[in-house]
Design a protein around this ligand. Structure first.
Ligand code: MTE
Ligand code: MO
Length: 511
């Protein structure tokens, strides 16, 4: 285990120089995430929520510790074989790191160097523990005892030295990484958001019903759901950030920096973002005020035409610094809606977790087909030619948000007093808007809820219905109708491949 610790600590130092994400635990964890079947991923998300990544890393560390102990036992008998096993383990880390979408051959270095150090440490330490293998002058009982004592001391000294030295290396690695990240933090901290040329209209007074237990109309950044595959949140320095736009039908390929974006026409918009893996009634939806530029403007400047105007590309593939790929229809981005490259969220620079310095937001599409965080490249291509990350993993190529509604209060199995109980929640159908919400009790007739004032058709809408509750166990259900007049379907389907449907229901016990 000491050898294993040395390996990780030294790898940390090397990774600080190469790339923090190339460290063995992160690399193996990321490789696992990339290969996790949807069922397992859903299980992890359901049971661990946003702690899923922590659980994964702990799991890897525990496996590593068990493996280290097994190798230790093996090495006591067969020193060479033990060393070989360590190398195999280093190889796993190396392949995982170099094989990531953004992986380069150099990313294998942390695991390789770490494993080499572990081999050395293991060999050395095991040597101290196996005096019988070393030539000893005489096989007398006293001699052997003396030998054993000597070796034990030698072991403790060597083990302490190795542990101390590698702990130092590990700490130095951490220091180096955080000083690199300090640049990114400073670039975020120092950012003064521009005043938008086209400001979002003030949120109408009645948009937030302010009912206890109901989600607030604007979701504060700290409460905004986070869904991504990043084990380590990328920290990108806005000062060195660049976005490259190229590919099919791009007459004038461009590379823009952060300050080029700030100098463009800046818009501010309220847009509700939803994840395709949100179950009916689930938490992966939030509403924020975004600040940024219109993606369509940039594309037009680059000479891009949508398919309806004869453009050869029907798909935009956005790439992030961490190797995510997200495919969005060119037609949708250029159809006049406020598809944005956003750098501000609710009045502050994007939080690192939500994509600093720049991310995409497209009203009306689920996040996995539109909302690339930590974006660094936009390639124009076709849906025939390229499948993005989640499409390769059995999700649909195109995924407009489905009309959905959620009961926020009362909570499941709440026991409100008999009498008037406000049943309230949110409904969303981004870019179509919400025109009606209805609630029913125990499968009875539908009652029309009161809608809060509408902000825009790109945002969710709160609603409330005053329920005259009688005692007993009751089931509440909700359904919404969008701006096109289509009512949310009651057919229950799961999240794969293009979003869950069904009516959210909540069981209540009125005493
Ligand atoms: N780079 C990157 N961008 C990403 C993702 C990701 O895993 N990596 N996840 C997408 C998904 S599935 C969703 S729903 C939204 C979530 O954005 P949020 O975490 O800011 O709420 O980001 C999208 N952008
Ligand atoms: Mo998502």
């Amino acid at each position: 285990m000491i050898a294993g610790f040395c390996a990780l600590a030294v790898a940390e130092l090397v990774a600080a120089v190469v790339r923090p994400e190339a460290g063995p635990v992160t690399a193996v964890g990321s490789a696992v995430i990339d290969r996790t079947p949807p069922a397992v991923r859903d299980f992890a998300v359901r049971n661990f929520g946003t702690a899923d990544k922590l659980v994964l890393q702990l799991g890897i560390l525990i496996l590593l510790a068990l493996f280290a102990m097994a190798v230790g036992v093996l090495a006591l008998r067969h020193r060479r074989l033990g060393s070989a096993a360590v190398l195999v383990f280093g190889l796993v880390g190396a392949v995982a790191a170099a094989g990531r979408p953004q992986g380069a051959p150099a990313d294998a270095l942390p695991s390789v160097v770490g494993a080499a150090v572990a081999v050395g440490v293991l060999y050395l330490l095991v040597g101290r523990l196996t005096p019988a293998l070393r030539p000893s002058p005489a096989a007398g009982e006293r001699d052997e005892e003396a030998n054993g004592v000597l070796d034990r001391r030698g072991f403790v000294v060597a083990a302490t030295a190795a542990t101390g030295a590698s702990a130092g290396a590990g700490l130095l690695g951490r220091r180096l990484t955080s000083s690199v990240q300090a640049g990114a933090s400073a670039s975020r901290h120092d950012l003064v958001l521009p005043v938008p040329h086209s400001a979002a209209p003030a949120v109408p007074a009645g948009a937030d019903l302010r009912i206890r237990g109901l989600s607030s109309f604007i979701t504060p950044n700290k409460d905004f759901y986070r869904v991504d595959t990043a084990l380590v949140v990328p920290r990108v320095d806005a000062g060195t950030w660049q976005l490259k736009i190229h590919g099919r039908g791009v007459a004038r390929p461009v590379t823009v920096g952060f300050h080029d974006l700030l100098r463009r026409e800046v818009i501010e918009r309220d847009i509700t973002l939803t994840c395709v893996s949100n179950e009916v009634g689930g938490p992966y939806v939030g509403n924020a005020r975004w600040l940024g530029v219109r993606l369509a403007d940039l594309l037009r400047d680059a000479g891009v035409r949508p398919p309806s105007k004869g453009g050869p590309a029907d798909q935009i593939v956005a790439r992030s610094v961490d190797g995510m790929t997200i495919g969005t229809p060119v037609e949708t981005v250029m159809d006049g809606r406020d598809a944005m490259l956003a750098f501000g969220m609710n009045g502050e620079p994007l939080p690192f977790e939500h994509g600093f310095p720049v991310r995409m937001v497209v009203p009306g599409l689920y996040g996995y087909v539109s909302a690339c965080k930590w974006i660094k490249e936009i390639e124009l291509t076709t849906f025939d030619a390229y499948d993005a990350y989640w499409v390769k993993r059995s999700w649909a190529q195109e995924a407009p948000v489905k009309t959905e509604s959620r009961i926020d209060t009362p909570r499941p199995f709440a026991s409100p007093k008999a009498g008037i109980v406000p049943v309230a929640g949110v409904a969303w159908a981004q870019h179509r808007g919400i025109s009606r919400v209805e609630v029913r009790v125990d499968g009875g007739e539908w009652h029309t809820a009161r809608l809060a004032a509408a902000d825009t058709q790109d945002t969710w809408r709160q609603w409330v219905w005053e329920w005259p509750a009688a005692s007993g166990r009751h089931t509440l259900e909700v359904r919404a109708t969008d701006g096109t007049g289509a009512t949310q379907t009651g057919d229950r389907v799961g999240t794969v491949p293009n979003g869950a449907t069904g009516w959210h229901s909540v069981v209540i016990d009125v005493p």
